[in-house]
Design a protein around this ligand. Structure first.
Ligand code: TXA
Ligand code: MG
Length: 329
């Protein structure tokens, strides 16, 4: 059952409690409605991908109430400081290096060492982030491939029964998603055009003595439509690939392999990890990036992975696994 509550203090408290409990809550922002989950909880985040029926794990934006909270998650560069003070709270997302102590789940950032953070301006979003006190991972609250929702009714029509609560804060102001800027280096890179124009970004940077932003050579480096085989050198550069070689559909490990199991195929090697011994795809999705990191961190040269069925979240898991196993440059 999906409840829909008009904005109120008790609705915010209820939404915050559901998030703490690993549930999904749609909430309004000034751009579009977001489908929120506790960003530090891999399993809750896995449920976002299941509800949206996403065929791949795109990294998600972590929403927080203040710039200070954002810079607890990602490294504050001089450029990031300028853009944050010019545009936050507002429709700007900054991509930063994950801080070593960043508590955000690996699935939220799709295994990448960069994190996308945003401080929304909408009063309901602000109230929810403040009450919850932890980062909220949220893509747009629509089924994958459908248009972005700018009213609670859009969300209800797309996701009824798949999420726990919709906070109704009326129609979104803009309906256009946030501008995504990689501010992790000394050259701002626009990864996705959005609510804040390139000129506005350029003006803020210029006023602080920085160079104009450049457009990413890849329109959206993490778009789901990206082919598994790189068509241009570096196209997969932003994706986390383990340092170790990856072999798929393994039912038995070679002596030098770290095998990550699933279902009836048990893990073996130093860690003997299993994505889900019971064959639960939500649990497997939640474990995927964290376990790839852990297996890689053993220093093994080879990681083998048990077959994962291709239905439901399995499609996204297999998409990511094929990328991890794709030939490296
Ligand atoms: O306005 C918005 O941004 C809305 C509201 C809900 O905040 N959210 C939204 O999320 O549009 P989504 O998931 O549809 O788009 C997230 C964008 C994608 O282009 C994704 O590639 C990029 O942010 N992104 C997220 N994490 C990233 C990362 N670590 N590195 C590079 N790009 C990242
Ligand atoms: Mg979207």
């Amino acid at each position: 059952m999906t409840d829909c509550l008009a904005l109120s203090k008790s609705a915010i408290a209820r939404a915050s409690g559901l998030l703490a409990d690993g549930q999904l809550v749609a909430f309004p922002t000034e751009t579009v409605y977001g489908l929120g989950a506790d960003a530090t909880n891999d399993r809750a985040v896995a449920r976002i991908f299941a509800a949206k029926d996403r065929p791949a794990f795109n990294p998600l934006i972590s929403h927080v109430a203040s710039a200070a909270a954002a810079f607890d998650l990602g490294v504050k560069t001089p450029i990031a400081a300028v853009l944050a003070s010019a545009f936050w709270p507002g429709p700007l997302t900054l991509v930063l290096d994950r801080r070593p102590d960043c508590p955000v789940a690996r699935l939220t950032t799709a295994g990448l060492d960069k994190i996308a953070v945003r401080v929304p301006a909408h009063a309901a979003a602000q109230a929810l982030m403040t009450h919850f006190g932890k980062p909220v991972a949220a893509p747009s609250a629509n089924p994958s491939g459908r248009i972005s929702p700018s009213t609670a009714d859009h969300v209800m029509r797309g996701l009824a029964g798949k999420i726990d609560l919709i906070l109704d804060g009326g129609p979104c102001e803009s309906g256009l998603e946030s501008t995504v800027v990689d501010a992790s280096t000394d050259q701002a890179l626009i990864l996705r055009p959005g609510g804040i124009t390139r000129n506005a970004v350029a003006d803020a940077l210029k006023a602080a003595g920085f160079a104009d932003p450049i457009a990413s050579p890849i329109a959206d480096p993490t778009a789901v439509t990206q082919p598994v085989q790189p068509v241009a050198p570096g196209q997969l550069a932003s994706h986390y690939a383990p340092r170790a070689a990856v072999r798929l559909n393994a039912t038995k490990a070679a002596a030098d392999e770290e095998l990550i199991g699933f279902g009836s195929v048990a893990g073996s090697g130093r860690l003997a990890l299993s994505l889900s011994a019971s064959g639960d795809l939500i649990e497997a999705a939640a474990n995927l990036f964290a376990m790839l990191h852990r297996a890689d961190d053993t220093g093994t040269a080879k990681i083998a992975i048990a077959p994962v069925p291709d239905h439901g979240l399995g499609e996204a898991i297999n998409d990511r696994l094929r990328r991890a196993a794709a030939p490296r440059r």
